[in-house]
Design a protein around this ligand. Structure first.
Ligand SMILES: [Zn+2]
Length: 268
């Protein structure tokens, strides 16, 4: 039997990658894992620049006891934005303002993942930065991202964005393997996706970390198969050489930093 939590609070992991972008796990593997190995109440699969996997997951909702929200991690010209409760895919490469507008137009919520994450390329984890978080019409920000390489973004988010108020505070695993799902999560009042939405809109959510060093290691190690996937795409000629090189540089840096961090302190 699936473990059912008895508290008044539900837990959501709203930042998960599948094989539809640079994750390792299939949609079925992710859903089965959440069902049988976790007590998470709501998930969103947020692949880079596609809702295909997320929509596939939502179409399988009947088979699972937790709720599935359609999401996408969109690469804008100024960093990444996560759209939740989406119905249509949003294309990459637009301005961050336009991307947020398109999310809201279809009734979605706009979240800034790892707001301070820096990157040497436009591919991979890039935050939109403090200025954008302050000035744009966001619904929430990721105060806690479980990828060990973004620890500085977590720290700055807590110090600089949290005191501003007016935004929901979220936690997400940024999992690239099924087993690292839930390494960080968002606690909300209630259990359902509708409850979650209400909690985000009321800014009542709390980021929580339920990660062991082992889970953090899995989050980091998830980038390695992602790199293999890029290499395959490159061989097939379905990716630009410069994009693949940039991706490799970044992922390698992430992996090395992440491994170091995973063996370091788990408390921040
Ligand atoms: Zn991500």
């Amino acid at each position: 039997m699936r473990y059912a939590s008895t508290s008044d609070f539900g837990y959501a992991d709203l930042h998960i990658h599948s094989r539809f972008s640079d994750g390792v796990s299939s949609i079925k593997r992710i859903l089965d894992h959440v069902e049988w190995q976790t007590s998470i109440d709501v998930i969103a699969i947020t692949d880079h620049n596609t809702i295909k996997g997320s929509a596939l997951a939502a179409s399988l909702q009947d088979r699972y006891s937790f709720e599935i929200v359609v999401g996408e991690e969109i690469s804008t010209r100024s960093g990444e934005i996560i759209g939740l409760f989406l119905t249509d895919e949003i294309e990459r490469g637009l301005s961050v303002e336009k991307t947020i507008d398109l999310i809201h137009e279809q009734g979605g919520l706009a979240i800034a993942p790892h707001p301070f994450a820096l990157s040497i390329s436009v591919i991979g984890g890039v935050g939109i930065g403090f200025k954008n978080v302050r000035s744009l019409d966001l619904d929430g920000f990721e105060e806690l991202n479980a990828n060990p390489t973004t620890w500085y973004s977590n720290l700055l988010s807590k110090w600089l964005i949290r005191p501003l108020g007016g935004l929901a505070r979220l936690g997400g695993s940024d999992a690239h393997t099924a087993r690292s799902i839930g390494a960080a999560a968002t606690a909300f009042k209630g259990k359902t996706a509708a409850d979650l939405r209400h909690s985000i809109e009321m800014h009542e959510t709390t980021p929580i970390k339920i990660s062991s060093w082992f889970k953090q290691l899995l989050v980091s190690a998830g980038v390695i198969p992602g790199m293999a996937l890029q290499a395959r795409k490159f061989r097939n000629g379905t990716a630009e050489k410069s994009a693949v090189r940039a991706f490799f540089n970044e992922q390698l840096t992430k992996a090395v930093q992440g491994l170091g961090e995973a063996f370091g302190s788990n408390e921040r």
